[in-house]
Design a protein around this ligand. Sequence first.
Ligand code: NAP
Ligand code: GDD
Length: 338
Amino acid sequence: MGKRAFITGITGQDGSYLAEFLLEQGYEVHGLARRVALEDPAHRLTRIAHIASRVQLHAGSLESFPSLFRVLQKIRPDECYHLAAQSFVSYSFDDEFSTLNANINGTHHVLAALKDVAPKCHFYFAATSEMFGKAAETPQTERTPLHPRSAYGISKVAGFHLTQNYREAYSLHASSGILFNHESPRRGYEFVTRKISAGVARILAGQSKELSLGNLEAKRDWGHARDYVQAMWLMLQQPAPDDYVVATGECHSVREFAELAFRLVGLNASDHLTINPEFYRPAEVDLLIGDSTKARRALGWQNRVRFEELVREMVEADCRAAGIQQPFVTSSAVGASA
Ligand code: NAP
Ligand code: GDD
């Protein structure tokens, strides 16, 4: 019989790709979904609509230990991927309390329940490059000191330490993936890459004229979510738990992402891009670039999708959704001037 996996955050970007991947591997896939999502599948389960009949969803929320305990007791998974979180950094400045509450207690609840009902389960924690924040060195590795710059980053540092502590104190097979930014056409619209790809599509379709962003000089190491969920799975197949940086090793500014997205469809970013100070953050993370040598060597992980391909895939998907079938003017826009 195939293994049984449980995914918190199955309705999110990563959860949807991971569920697909695990189904392909023959897993029985269970997921946690909020009650409101289960009652409104047409709007809130869109990312997993195509696999809905093959996954089993259970109602629960991060804030409720009893809900998580009950679900885990019922499923007793072989592998647990804890992805659910308030994941938008910007929002964590507006509501520090709910971010810290959901993210820290949610992780603690899952770990504590697993310790009691499925102590042999392999556990994955969705850690993040945001933990490096005001990064002490470039590129960042598993040994780079942590200096979070937001309630979100702080909540993930706490989850990371909780995960390490359950590994050391209770011998749980608990690993953390320190994942750098990863995107896809399933990315939430609040994140800058999707905001750009959707904005470009709207402008091309004549539905709007401008795209308003914040700090264009921030630099990120952007990969594709489909590649990154494979790293999560690989971590849980190892004989011993550990922590791994997952990144492409290449970084680009928000400005570069936006300029390429516009250029691909024959538009000039400077004709449409405006700056709105409202989108600046009280404390910014200026530069993230990861060194994933450990994951590549120990797990055999590799990222397949490069920067231009990622931007293309996202812009193309949003253009198609806006009714434009062939949005691109060139086969390759890298190196071309605007
Ligand atoms: P996402 O698209 O925002 O998905 C977040 C998921 O968490 C959704 O399924 C959401 O459910 C669920 N969730 C949020 N609050 C919840 C609550 N209180 N109770 C139950 N479920 C709740 O995030 P993602 O991009 O897939 O990222 C997955 C994880 O990796 C997150 O923990 C994120 O912080 C971390 N991470 C992401 C990146 C990245 O670049 N994407 C990088 C590093 C780490 P609803 O659909 O009901 O809202
Ligand atoms: N969202 C957003 N909107 N960001 C903007 C905008 C804008 O209009 N303009 C500039 N930015 C800048 C932000 O200031 C930030 O420096 C950068 O674009 C990326 O922002 P996001 O796409 O919101 O992602 P993030 O890097 O803050 O966080 C994502 O990656 C983390 C991993 O490093 C999220 O997925 C986190 O959950 C994840 O942990």
